[in-house]
Design a protein around this ligand. Sequence first.
Ligand SMILES: Nc1ncnc2c1ncn2[C@@H]1O[C@H](COP(=O)(O)OP(=O)(O)O)[C@@H](O)[C@H]1O
Ligand SMILES: [Mg+2]
Length: 325
Amino acid sequence: MSEVALASDAALDPRESPWAVETHGLTKRFGENVAVNDVELLVPRGCAFGYLGPNGAGKTTLIRVLLGLPQADAGTMSLLGFPVPRYRDRALARVGAIVDEPRFHGHLTGRQNLLILAAAREPVARGRIDSALERVGMAQRANERVSKYSMGMRQRLGVAACLIGDPQLLILDEPMNGLDPAGMHEMRDMIQSLVAEGRTVVLSSHLLDEVERTCDAVAIVDRGRVIRQGPISQLLAGASIALEIDCAEPSRADQLLGRLTIDPVVEVGEQGLTIALPAGTLRDVVAEINRVLVEGNVPVYRLQEVQVSLESWFLQVTSRLGVDE
Ligand SMILES: Nc1ncnc2c1ncn2[C@@H]1O[C@H](COP(=O)(O)OP(=O)(O)O)[C@@H](O)[C@H]1O
Ligand SMILES: [Mg+2]
């Protein structure tokens, strides 16, 4: 895309867009199968963003479509404020991505692989190899053959390969896959340090727990559709609250709750009850529950509101997480 063509597009100033990734109505079909279904995605700049969903939900396909491999069937998108595919080359010059698994030449060393990749980029890329290797903790192992690398080392070399392009946006497809707990920890720290430098990291994952620990914001995807998205704290604020009650005679306690002015979802356990209350429930309701139990002569030993995790919230939204297609 020439400068002239860009200058003539008066509406385009990529710096004005607050979004690192913006899609509207993005759709990709494989025959009858709609792998990416009318996706509206807004990824703010400068955050770690999780694209979270079960296997087969369409995460890899979305990433591939963002990179232009393959083209979308419908919808619009832009990366770092550049509409693509129109300004694809300009956009991708600022994007580093690992799709599926990082692929390298196994018989060559980590450094040799990066040299090959740098040769395909602008001349300064070569000069970034050492710092990129240092950055991902691979400087000591850079002269070993990639075929000897563990999965974690390959993932880290993959991130180093992204960094030689000094990307503003990194897109990582399941970066935690195949990593042991220590490897996941390192990957999480690395992602957060990239964000601390002002870069945006979009990662796909089916690992809820990891997304909750690593990301600031999340989109939840199921069967190609984004069901919810936003900052994790905001999404959780809209989730229901769990009230745990330890009490005598849980079944009778459950019956007593029929006298409440509201009709909550109650789970009866051996030690007591767990009650799901809608977000924003007034504390008066908690007091009313306690009063109804005590007036019904059910001793209450403990009563506690529990913060919902992303996991239990997710299960409220969809019950299919982790179920392979
Ligand atoms: N190249 C392809 N041809 C046909 N179907 C595909 C292709 N790639 C993915 N799919 C289908 O699209 C759906 C989403 O797949 P994918 O994007 O790989 O999901 P995820 O990465 O979330 O596990 C699946 O039903 C998968 O079988
Ligand atoms: Mg995938």
